[in-house]
Design a protein around this ligand. Structure first.
Ligand code: SF4
Ligand code: SF4
Length: 200
């Protein structure tokens, strides 16, 4: 039986004499490394050096605290939309104008997938994605964040709240004549806009 020897493909790369010596490619690689050494560095020495993240980053979800209390009106939309059922809440009544508040509000950070859907559906901008990304737990119980641990003053969340206002408004404007007040669902925030006050 005849044994066939496969032919080398016609387009096989022909190495020149210098390439066969391997010296020019090595020199070109070294010069590339040398040039990169003196360029601006994009890496950071984490965790010694903190990472600055923009307002579009989705870190752990937090509850917005305003005037010493949560903005949340315990409507339950966030818990309903959360894909991995990470949110647990119990509503209670209050004498405040908002009428309802969450007596219990917990997020299981082991379940949370940082999708941001809770933030998207919240009519009060009461739950937002914070820039916090480095948090650790030593037990499953510790990973369940209670309302006290979730509350963050709105001043600290101002970049994200402003970014949300900026990103949401043009989307709504695509489908009907946009007015800022149309995109403000809470009675309290509408009143603030009417009085010419900032809502974020
Ligand atoms: S970010 Fe997503 S997974 Fe996490 S609590 Fe919100 S809806 Fe649930
Ligand atoms: S959607 Fe907003 S207002 Fe409603 S329960 Fe969740 S955090 Fe509270």
């Amino acid at each position: 039986m005849a044994i066939r020897v496969a032919k080398a493909p016609a387009d096989e790369r022909k190495l020149s004499f210098w390439h066969k010596l391997y010296i020019p490619p090595i020199l070109s690689g070294l010069s590339y490394t040398l040039r990169k050494l003196f360029q601006k560095k994009f890496t950071v020495e984490y965790p010694e050096e903190p990472i600055e993240l923009g307002p579009e980053f989705r870190g752990r979800p937090v509850l917005v605290e305003e005037n010493g209390q949560e903005r949340c009106v315990a409507c339950g939309l966030c818990a309903r939309v959360c894909p991995p059922f990470a949110i647990h809440m119990q509503a209670a009544e209050t004498d405040d104008p908002k009428e309802r508040y969450p007596a219990v509000f917990e997020i299981n950070m082991l379940r949370c997938i940082y999708c941001g859907l809770c933030e998207e559906v919240c009519p009060e901008e009461a739950i937002v994605m914070s820039p916090e990304y480095d948090f650790v737990f030593s037990s499953r119980e510790e990973a369940v964040y209670t309302k006290e641990r979730l509350l963050v003053p709105k001043e600290r969340l101002a970049p994200r709240l402003k970014w949300l206002a900026k990103m949401r408004n043009p989307q709504f404007g695509k489908y009907y004549r946009f007015r800022v007040t149309n995109n403000i669902h809470s009675v309290k925030a509408r009143e603030m806009v009417r009085q010419g006050q900032e809502t974020v």
